[in-house]
Design a protein around this ligand. Structure first.
Ligand code: WT7
Length: 679
């Protein structure tokens, strides 16, 4: 076995001079080993396709070589992987022990202590802070010591409710250093949603800030935590970092974070963790009401984020990587924090919004920070393209080499604008498909052979180690091209989530049982006649509002708590900017005399309070009944067509119990649209 021999002579350090920071060269010249030196472990010559084949056919050889070369181990692993997708047992790098914080900090401090790790692009433009690897390590160690002194132990869950800021990154890494499991809750979630996550994770510890700043506005984050903590008797301590100068009321549970950190040492012994110990939980929405705490473990996740970050974005030493996602989402975890820091990169922490103080914010930031890879969401691109090209062209974007898109399908118009206006036709656009569950990018145009085509609005090719399959609703694998089906992945990969916290059965039922032997993504996809993938949207009752994933059942659960609501159905409708919006159909209880408009504002308030502002339904339509099958199931498909304004395509209605009600709902929908748009 040639590759086995080759593997043993794998270079210990990666010869940096084999890379080039020149934007055209990286993708256009040289053998494949120039962009993936690990490929040297495999027989040459090998093109992208060859390397991809190795990655899926010789899983152990491929990931073993990467695991050895890209991660610093305290104890080496003895088995690369041992996975059973049927049973839901996925283990990578067994026997290995490591510390993720050491991989993200110490080893880089060793080489280049003064290299910038984080550029904190604060809400106000022009006030960025640079934090070096040494500074971030010191912060992390002081924070780790503080957590330990206050009683946080290995395996404890720590809820982090903070905006994107260095202290939030240090909090994540401090948990990783001492073996605690962090669960970052997006700071746009309401107190009730935060409480639900704290309770599910059984976190005794919360880390937050006194106030947040976003789009020039002060957000009272500590107050939200206070309200959440009232619902969480298990919380023993709340660390409060000072994002602003404002003093906020402090209770017995509250600990001023910076003050305590100042008392601590700048070194903190990293704990040796098993590869499969839990690194973090991240809650995401599914098709039932309760959010799921997806679990990612240490080594596989770290390696997968580092490798995807490096190869999808062609990240080179010295580049400034600008992923503008919030750290509260998986994109922030994988491509603001873990991937870039594991690679020793410089990563931007973006605290603001795409339109603050004006729609040129992103591009002004690109110019000022000299960002090389920009990674954003289609919803923001769609919003900005409406403000016109001048806001882009005003700023120098010549530093840009790659543009990334994530979170939802990017339509051709937005893709073309991104490519030709933002990137001046010079930068490949990588439309990256993945999920909280997948840990990192699974389908994307890069890497691929130099010069390989990228088609607009297509995620294109599977990443190394990913074997996508399309299945029909009977569970048959569709082997041909030019076909659509349910997107599944047929082999485990290192970055995949391992379970749902405290509910492995739900994990199996959601992802592994729908198509036994496969990981089911919940998305539909089309495979073109050239074998390229295009994502076509969710197949379940999950909607995507401005790149934020929401279960319609989650919204229904809240709406149904309103005293006047007898029954509801929340449906996603196409929205020009947000991608999708929530549309609620409500049947009121008898005897309630509330106008549709008043009910709408009450329900919007309720959903904002219980989940988050972005989850509030834009439209609320009162109906006499909901369309149901004779067996009593709501015909969501019919409602979906109505909100898409495709009432003429309702399809087969033979199982519908009451045809009159559909006519009424179509009429009510038209009226509501007229009222809202004033037409
Ligand atoms: C869902 C995952 C991936 C990090 C951010 C969202 C949709 C994501 C794409 C894309 C089409 C996409 C899918 C997926 N999605 N990226 N490039 N093209 N759809 O993570 O909150 O876990 O949501 O977002 O529907 O299942 P998430």
């Amino acid at each position: 076995m040639a590759w086995l021999l080759a593997r043993t002579c794998f270079p210990k350090t990666i010869p940096r001079d084999r890379f080039s920071s020149c934007k055209t060269r990286a993708w256009s010249k040289g053998p494949l080993t120039a962009y993936m030196p690990e490929a040297a472990a495999f027989p040459e010559p090998m093109d992208h396709q060859g390397l991809y084949q190795v990655s899926v056919e010789q899983t152990d050889a491929f990931w073993g070589a990467l695991g050895r070369s890209r991660i610093m181990w305290i104890n080496p692993f003895h088995t690369v992987h041992c996975c059973d997708l049927q049973q839901g047992h996925m283990s990578w790098f067994l026997g290995g022990q490591l510390n993720v914080a050491v991989n993200c900090l110490d080893r880089h401090v060793h080489k280049a202590p003064n290299k910038v790790a984080l550029i904190w692009e604060k809400d106000e433009p022009g006030q960025e802070d640079q934090i070096t690897y040494r500074e971030l390590l010191e912060m992390t160690c002081r924070l780790g010591n503080t957590l330990k002194r206050q009683g946080v132990k290995k395996g404890d869950r720590v809820a982090i409710y903070m905006p994107s800021c260095p202290m939030a990154v240090a909090s994540m890494l401090a948990c990783a250093r001492i073996g605690a499991i962090h669960t970052v809750v997006f700071a746009g979630f309401s107190s009730v949603a935060l409480a639900e996550r704290i309770q599910d994770a059984q976190s005794e510890t919360v880390i937050t800030v006194n106030q947040g700043l976003r789009g020039g506005k002060v957000v009272q984050l500590k107050k939200t935590v206070d309200e959440a903590v009232k619902l969480c008797p298990m919380v023993k301590r709340v660390f409060v970092s000072k994002r602003t100068e404002e003093n906020v009321p402090m209770s017995d549970l509250d600990i001023p974070l910076e003050e305590e950190m100042m008392k601590e040492d700048v070194t903190c012994e990293p704990v040796a963790l098993e590869s499969e110990d839990f690194l973090f939980l991240l809650y995401t929405s599914g098709s039932t009401g309760k959010p799921k705490g997806l679990v990612h473990s240490q080594a596989g996740y770290l390696l997968y984020t580092a490798i995807t970050h490096k190869y999808v974005f062609d990240y080179h030493d010295g580049d400034v990587f600008g992923c503008v996602a919030d750290i509260g989402w998986i994109t922030g975890h994988s491509y603001v924090v873990y991937g870039p820091l594991c690679n020793g990169g410089t990563t931007v922490l973006f605290e603001s919004t795409p339109v603050y103080p004006n729609p040129g914010r992103y591009w002004e930031t690109v110019e000022r920070l000299k960002i090389n890879q920009f990674y954003g969401a289609p919803t923001a691109i769609r919003l900005l393209l409406r403000y016109g090209d001048d806001w882009v062209k005003k700023y120098d974007r010549s530093s840009l080499k790659i543009l990334g898109s994530v979170g939802e399908p990017i339509d051709t118009e937005a893709w073309k604008w991104y490519f030709s206006v933002v990137g001046d036709g010079q930068c490949p656009v990588v439309d990256t498909w993945w999920q909280t569950e997948t840990g990192g990018i699974c389908i994307s145009p890069r890497p691929s052979n130099p010069g390989a085509e990228i088609l607009p609005a297509m995620a294109m090719r599977p990443f190394f180690g990913i074997s996508p399959s399309l299945l029909d609703d009977k569970g048959n694998v569709l082997t041909q091209n030019d076909i659509s089906g349910a997107l599944c992945i047929s082999q485990a990969w290192p970055g995949m989530a391992r379970t749902i916290y405290n509910d492995h059965q739900r994990f199996r039922e959601t992802y592994l049982m729908p198509y036994p032997g496969y990981f089911y993504t919940g998305d539909g996809a089309y495979r073109s006649n050239k074998g390229y993938y295009q994502l076509t949207g969710r197949l379940d009752d999950v909607i995507n509002v401005s790149g934020h994933r929401l279960g319609t059942a989650e919204i229904e659960d809240v709406v149904n708590k309103h005293g006047a609501v007898a029954e509801s159905a929340v449906i996603g409708y196409p929205h020009e900017i947000k991608g999708e919006g929530a549309y609620a159909f409500i049947v009121m209880k008898k005897g309630f005399n509330l106008s549709q408009k008043n009910l709408a504002s009450e329900l919007q308030g309720l959903v904002s309070k219980q989940i988050a502002k972005y989850a509030a339904p834009e439209y609320v339509q009162v109906a006499r009944r909901l369309p149901k099958t004779r067996s009593g199931k709501i015909m969501r498909r019919v409602l979906k067509k109505i909100v898409e304004n495709k009432a003429e395509e309702l399809g087969d209605l033979t199982t519908l119990d009451d045809h009159e009600v559909v006519k009424e709902i179509i009429e009510g929908h038209k009226q509501l649209l007229q009222e809202e748009t004033g037409q």
